[in-house]
Design a protein around this ligand. Sequence first.
Ligand SMILES: Cc1cc2nc3c(=O)[nH]c(=O)nc-3n(C[C@H](O)[C@H](O)[C@H](O)COP(=O)(O)O)c2cc1C
Length: 382
Amino acid sequence: MKVALGITGSIAGYKALELIRLLRRNGNDVRVILTQSALNFVTPLSCQTLSDNEVYTDQFALTRGIKHISLNEWADILVIAPATANIIGKAANGIGDDLLSTTIISFQKPILFVPAMDSGMWENRIVQDNIKRLIENGKYVLEPGTGPLASGKIGKGRFPDVSRIYKKILICAGNYKSLKSKKILITGGRTEEDIDSVRVITNRASGMMALELYEAAICRDGDVRLIMGQAGLTVPEESNIFRVRTAMEMLLMLKKHIEWADILIMNAAVGDYKPVKESATKLHTETLTLKLRKNVDILKSIRDYKKNRLFIGFSVEDSNMLKRAQQKLKEKGLDYIVANPVSVIGKSTTSASIISSDGKLMEPGPMTKWELANYILDLAVK
Ligand SMILES: Cc1cc2nc3c(=O)[nH]c(=O)nc-3n(C[C@H](O)[C@H](O)[C@H](O)COP(=O)(O)O)c2cc1C
């Protein structure tokens, strides 16, 4: 993919360098446009070194070819990250008084704005009106995150994680169906049950599939909530992510959110067994025999909430995968079940089989979990 990256005068400018690296690491070609204000925060030399391409700063520099037009032809997508309140205002009102704003006016392929600013600026009605206007005009906007800001305040305005920006770029450049106004509830990770005050019994699920589903649904503008157990990966700290530990905690959290959802994707690896007895204090015995019993059956417990909701479940098996998945689909009253072999646990690629309630088998072949996440979301809104 050919990415034209506009960097503007935000304190988050230095993080755009990480974005250039990530884009390059994934085999993309990057050309950077810096505004005059951005020059106070990042240097053309850093951008040139990391992108391995010429950096553009001046609309009227004496070079052959017209830059804003040639970049328009060259790039598949224009990304403005970070985007200041100023560039958002200019873009929303058709002002082209420097190279970046003129490029925005003439660019006819997808344009993504990644705003970053202090919460006071972000909440300003004029800024919000400008954002609305950009969206109405077919531009993409990745909402800023909430948390500590450069000013010392806590609020909305943070530059999102570069891995999320990269995923949003993939969504904007690809032809993905929007999930706007869809309420999607996802469960993920693994549950654990206490043996004593220190030790737990759990499984090997990494949480990767659920995090890819969450990121894909967010980047496709869905209204998303994630109920997340334990995971081997960093889980973002966001107000729509609810952390749980045990199967019972997961069930209670699900019951709290399920009536809000249109689509439920149950990817969590819920422990099938739990100790019959748990010790309140750390055990020190020479030998330990664990007696386990069946854990709460989450899918069965929420069956009555199904109504018009779409339910998608997951299963992981090392033998009789399709037969067991089919059985689970029927028993739990699911619309779709995604069956994965045990060998994909913790891996970024998978080869899933998906069965629908009308018995259709889909085998999209080997793909990354990100691709599978989007495949599942496409099914969910078909
Ligand atoms: C230290 C400092 C940090 C700034 N950070 C931001 C910011 O994060 N977001 C923003 O919208 N403006 C920020 N500004 C204000 C912009 O730099 C200013 O509006 C500028 O005119 C933007 O120009 P540009 O959009 O052409 O890059 C900051 C200014 C200073 C002095």
